[in-house]
Ligand binder design. Structure first.
Ligand code: ATP
Length: 256
């Protein structure tokens, strides 16, 4: 595999089949570079969710090599995988908020799991809720949140522990076009703070909304790269712009 030093993720000849069925992903090879913004696009059933599952280590490939943060994650001992997973934030297609927990507690979950004290986590969680515009819904249960609010809570939970990679599966699938753009602005803001972002979407209109993004396209389990994302390292230092004024608050993400 080329250039392992500067890459954050490398897939080499990866294939995935479920059970004895035909491969749903075939000969997938690509490199992701730190600080870049990727869209993974393709029709329904093309294999986007399957590819993201490989990326956030919820699924092992049937063949090939996957390296993340310089480690071969296929041969890594099982007890080392949680450490790698903690470096990856995931926004699931169906949010997966814990139903009996408040918005605050859902967002606090990764910090509690990492062992942060109750005292220390209060401020970063409160700041994060404010950052995604949910401070007024802090005590609400997920079932009482709107689709867009649940989506933002899921995003807040995915990023609270400051992951190096953010993986989001159809994060705008359940919201109106205006909210979709706002959520994309959140992802862009995170990206500008250094997080590598991978957003899976079948909505081609979204792709044009993030000018610096790179596009990976899946078609029946095969990957192509209309922007050359798979051939060339993209520019590493994304321009530092102010956070968009109406979409996210005018300051950096809250510190842990
Ligand atoms: N757990 C599974 N067991 C068997 N087949 C599966 C499983 N998960 C996905 N598949 C199959 O793998 C193929 C790719 O599915 P996947 O969900 O990855 O596609 P997708 O591009 O994310 O689709 P969508 O946009 O509709 O979510 C489909 O043919 C699907 O039926």
């Amino acid at each position: 595999m080329s250039d392992p030093e500067s890459s954050i993720v490398q897939f080499a000849n990866v294939g995935l089949r479920y059970g004895t069925d035909r491969e749903v992903l075939s000969d997938i090879s690509f490199t992701l570079y730190p600080g870049s913004f990727y869209f993974l696009t393709g029709a329904s059933g093309a294999g986007k969710t399957s590819m993201l599952k490989l990326l956030y280590l919820a699924q092992r490939p049937s063949r090939g090599i996957i390296s993340m943060f310089g480690e071969d994650v296929i041969t890594l001992p099982r007890n080392c995988l949680p450490g790698v997973r903690r470096r990856i934030g995931v926004v699931f297609q169906d949010f997966r908020l814990v139903p009996h927990l408040s918005t605050f507690d859902n967002v606090a979950l990764p910090l509690r799991i990492s062992g942060m004290s109750e005292e220390r986590l209060q401020k970063p969680v409160a700041d994060m809720l404010e950052w995604v515009g949910l401070d007024h819904r802090s005590e609400a249960r997920p079932e009482t949140l709107s689709g867009g609010e649940q989506q933002r809570a899921a995003i807040a939970r995915a990023v609270i522990a400051r992951p190096e990679i953010l993986v989001a599966d159809e994060p705008t699938g359940n919201v109106d076009p205006e909210m979709a753009v706002k959520l994309l602005r959140l992802f862009e803001a995170l990206n500008r703070l250094g997080t590598t972002v991978v957003v899976a979407t079948h909505d081609v209109h979204l792709l044009r909304k993030v000018p610096d993004s790179l596009i990976m396209r899946l078609d029946k389990g095969k990957l192509s790269d209309p922007t050359g994302a798979l051939r060339y390292p993209p520019k590493r230092d994304l321009p530092k712009r102010d956070l968009p004024s109406r979409d996210v608050p005018q300051r950096e993400l809250p510190r842990k």
